[in-house]
Design a protein around this ligand. Sequence first.
Ligand code: NAG
Ligand code: NAG
Ligand code: NAG
Ligand code: NAG
Ligand code: NAG
Ligand code: NAG
Ligand code: NAG
Ligand code: NAG
Ligand code: NAG
Ligand code: NAG
Ligand code: NAG
Ligand code: NAG
Length: 317
Amino acid sequence: MNLFPFQKISFLLVITSTICLLYIPRSLGEKDDEQYLNCSASFQCANILNIGYPFWGSSRPNYCGYPEFKLNCTGDAPVISFQDEDYRVLDINQSASTFRIARTDYWNNVCPASPGNTTIEVNHVEYASDVQELLLFYDCPPLNIPLPIQLTSQFNCSINSTANYINYFVTQNLTNSRLTNISGTFGTCNTTITTRVSQSASVNLAMNSTKDNLVAVLDSGFGLKWDASNNLCKQCNETGGQCGYNTSTTEFTCYCKDGPNPSNCAEFLCYFQSLHHGKLSYLATNAKGLWLKIWSGLETSEGRKQDWVFELGLRRR
Ligand SMILES: *[C@@H]1O[C@H](CO)[C@@H](O)[C@H](O)[C@H]1NC(C)=O
Ligand SMILES: *[C@@H]1O[C@H](CO)[C@@H](O)[C@H](O)[C@H]1NC(C)=O
Ligand SMILES: *[C@@H]1O[C@H](CO)[C@@H](O)[C@H](O)[C@H]1NC(C)=O
Ligand SMILES: *[C@@H]1O[C@H](CO)[C@@H](O)[C@H](O)[C@H]1NC(C)=O
Ligand SMILES: *[C@@H]1O[C@H](CO)[C@@H](O)[C@H](O)[C@H]1NC(C)=O
Ligand SMILES: *[C@@H]1O[C@H](CO)[C@@H](O)[C@H](O)[C@H]1NC(C)=O
Ligand SMILES: *[C@@H]1O[C@H](CO)[C@@H](O)[C@H](O)[C@H]1NC(C)=O
Ligand SMILES: *[C@@H]1O[C@H](CO)[C@@H](O)[C@H](O)[C@H]1NC(C)=O
Ligand SMILES: *[C@@H]1O[C@H](CO)[C@@H](O)[C@H](O)[C@H]1NC(C)=O
Ligand SMILES: *[C@@H]1O[C@H](CO)[C@@H](O)[C@H](O)[C@H]1NC(C)=O
Ligand SMILES: *[C@@H]1O[C@H](CO)[C@@H](O)[C@H](O)[C@H]1NC(C)=O
Ligand SMILES: *[C@@H]1O[C@H](CO)[C@@H](O)[C@H](O)[C@H]1NC(C)=O
């Protein structure tokens, strides 16, 4: 219980001055950092305007975003690739860190030549909470069991499909008890494709199971959410920086007007106070930014009493 307060105090002073020295703002008046400028530039990719971090591609250099978020802007919509599958980017919500994508090979076409599964197991990306599977079975032999009509439906592919073979789509998870029965039967189909759609689209498809609607539902895509050091990016943005990516350390970086920093463009203000049952008065009153406060004290019958306070403040440059 605070046996050596002076040792602690001098220890903290050493840390404080070290941190403060590291963060002395660089000299002003030089021209803005080029990476800062390049990542600030408004980015248009195909038909989507004002795309920002963590996306990059075309005119926007790779150090402005995470590698997973590379866009191909040559077509009529941005295209992103996840695990060797190409997806059209339908929209991006920068503030919510969400975007919607749809398979390019399934665009206006439920019978692509050699489809693969929709699998998105990549860093920094996860399915939105309403995403569910839509199963497509191609070239099935005639299934001699009754199918629950609400959940499955046939569709034809005009591309040279053998007349005896049938395609199905299933809007529900086959491992659900009611359907385990038929999953084995679908196992006899030549090709099984797992795609993703939103829950509302799946419900809509179950009610209107035409091939046209299947196309429309696949075109409406599904949602994803990103976390590309979003908290650091928020700090970086709030302190006037541009979020980016250090391609050599493969970590988040914040481009400030005077150069990159690991997390934000704030300068450190350092405070150290030792007080005896006193009150904090001026600390943090003009704070704009982030503060770290560490204190130590004794629990007494009247409540907590502070012996010393150590505070690090971040202020906008
Ligand atoms: C910034 O963008 C300009 C124009 O696109 C380019 O010429 C320059 O090389 C870029 N700077 C860096 C550091 O990438
Ligand atoms: C971008 O997509 C086009 C087709 O839309 C393709 O021809 C091109 O190779 C792609 N570019 C890259 C860098 O992947
Ligand atoms: C982006 O997401 C936020 C939060 O979910 C929402 O309020 C806003 O309407 C969305 N913006 C667009 C353009 O959809
Ligand atoms: C899709 O995934 C299913 C189950 O994971 C697998 O059985 C099937 O072979 C995959 N299809 C393709 C085209 O890879
Ligand atoms: C698929 O094609 C077959 C043969 O042409 C036809 O009998 C069947 O009705 C078609 N099914 C659908 C869902 O269009
Ligand atoms: C369909 O089969 C015919 C004859 O085998 C072939 O000439 C044609 O290219 C095929 N069409 C497609 C879309 O595969
Ligand atoms: C399908 O259902 C099983 C059991 O309810 C569950 O474990 C699995 O995660 C579900 N798959 C999907 C993609 O929802
Ligand atoms: C499969 O479902 C049908 C109809 O619901 C039922 O009659 C049959 O017993 C089921 N078979 C198995 C193996 O569960
Ligand atoms: C089944 O798939 C294989 C490989 O994709 C293909 O070569 C074969 O022609 C398919 N069979 C039918 C009946 O479509
Ligand atoms: C079913 O879906 C198709 C294609 O999206 C649409 O044109 C049609 O109006 C829908 N029918 C009903 C009854 O909703
Ligand atoms: C921070 O983000 C907001 C909202 O996305 C944007 O309007 C603002 O320009 C950003 N600040 C900087 C310095 O880029
Ligand atoms: C990347 O990190 C290295 C090592 O920390 C640093 O020297 C370099 O300046 C950083 N570059 C950028 C662009 O952040």
